[in-house]
Design a protein around this ligand. Structure first.
Ligand SMILES: NC(=O)c1ccc[n+]([C@@H]2O[C@H](COP(=O)([O-])OP(=O)(O)OC[C@H]3O[C@@H](n4cnc5c(N)ncnc54)[C@H](O)[C@@H]3O)[C@@H](O)[C@H]2O)c1
Ligand SMILES: [Zn+2]
Length: 360
């Protein structure tokens, strides 16, 4: 078992990573101070069907359970409200703990419930997707609004993250690919050596198992942890993690939540950001080769949506300032920076990008 220490200004907490991490859950709960009164597990239907019993058996105390339907569209006000109702009915108090058991959808929803229930109670992340190597670390929790993704949220760090990798074995390929996009992101924004390693070691998605999976997770989490340690509340470099997300979130909103996986949307957003970077910096960054690398894993081409409409959605992004789109651009592999980009240039390169994607 590996332990990564996540250090933020507001809290330091451990992330356990490995093949038998679930066995630690009850001792992690038992070690919390003040002692835990009640436990509420929040998970989605799919995860409940697969692993809920196993988790309940691993606990020493009876836990309350709140199950939400699966899918991004469920990261909603309605489910936030329903989970708060469950917490109240179960009699959770300020010494209680919520276990966010699932992928990023449940992690964000349950984390936001924990952040706001009685002005904030403790929670533990028990991630079950590859994508959650990103979402379970760093304390951003949120629900979606029909007008924009993650628009209602908070910063609330968990007490611990328990990454039990056997949970990942039942992930459908589509979800593995979705999570892998954030892994590619972590390499591209921060660690050129990790990028080379991924190209070499992960030829196809099913290479993500055993030692390769553990190493890939550890390195990607390491990037996330390093960024968050420097900038917990996104006043500076944490924005780097939004590489590919400005267009990615716009695509998710435009297509309707749950139609396109988060990773497929972000992967398209990264390809666009790379093409835009080539234009802005006036040099080749190997766009074609990088694009081929993405498509080798089966990422779908960017949906052919109207460029002007996408621009409007990009402007609604939380990172847009004063009406200009702020993009994370990549001057070289392994390094990014933020920059405001004019509407004209966004639309021009977006059209060029969609043409390229249409040829795939
Ligand atoms: N908070 C953050 O910092 C942050 C960072 C990145 C992404 N996110 C958020 O994360 C979400 C995406 O996360 P996700 O991709 O994990 O989505 P998800 O939680 O919706 O999971 C994807 C699908 O996989 C299923 N599933 C989960 N675990 C499984 C398993 N072990 N076996 C089989 N099926 C399983 C789920 O039921 C769901 O249908 C988005 O809402 C995104 O905004 C948040
Ligand atoms: Zn993301």
């Amino acid at each position: 078992m590996e332990v990564v220490h996540i250090e933020t200004t507001s809290k330091r907490y451990p992330l356990y990573l490995g093949e038998a991490v679930l066995t630690e859950l009850s001792s992690v709960l038992a070690a919390l101070k003040p002692a835990v009164s009640k436990v509420l597990i929040i998970c989605d239907e799919t995860v409940a069907g697969l692993f809920l019993e196993q988790v309940q058996e691993s606990l020493q105390q009876e836990a309350h359970v709140h199950v939400v339907p699966s899918g991004e569209q469920e990261k909603s006000f309605a489910n936030y409200y329903a989970a708060q109702t469950s917490a109240l009915e179960a009699g959770l108090d300020r010494r209680s703990v919520i276990i966010a058991f699932g992928g990023g959808m449940v992690g964000d929803l349950a984390g936001f419930v924990a952040a706001t229930y009685m002005r904030g109670i403790r929670f533990i992340q028990l991630p079950t997707t590859l994508l959650a190597h990103d979402s379970a670390v760093g304390g951003k929790v949120a629900i979606n609004h029909p007008l924009g993704k993650n628009m209602i949220g908070a910063f609330h760090q968990p007490e611990a993250v328990l990454y039990h990798t056997p949970f990942l074995r039942t992930l459908p390929e589509k979800e593995l690919r979705s999570g892998y996009a954030e892994m590619m992101k972590h390499a591209l924004i921060w660690d050129a050596d990790f990028y080379t390693w991924l190209r070499d070691q992960v030829r196809i998605l099913s290479d993500l198992q055993g030692e390769v999976l553990q190493t890939a997770l550890k390195r990607a989490i390491g990037v996330k942890a390093a960024v968050v340690a420097e900038d917990e509340h996104e006043t500076g470099i944490r924005a780097y993690l939004n590489f590919g997300h400005t267009l990615g979130h716009a695509l998710e909103t435009a297509c309707g939540y749950g139609k396109l996986t988060h990773g497929d949307a972000v992967a398209a957003g990264m390809r666009f950001a790379i093409l835009l970077s080539e234009t802005v910096y006036g040099k080749s960054l190997g766009y074609q080769e990088l694009s081929d690398w993405f498509f080798s894993y089966g990422y779908p081409p960017c949906p052919a949506l109207d460029a002007a409409e996408l621009l409007q959605l990009m402007k609604k992004d939380k990172k847009a300032a004063g009406g200009t789109v702020h993009m994370v651009l990549m001057p070289e592999i392994g390094r990014v920076e933020t920059m405001s980009v004019s509407d004209e240039l966004i639309v021009q390169v977006l059209r060029q990008f969609q043409e390229q994607e249409g040829l795939r």
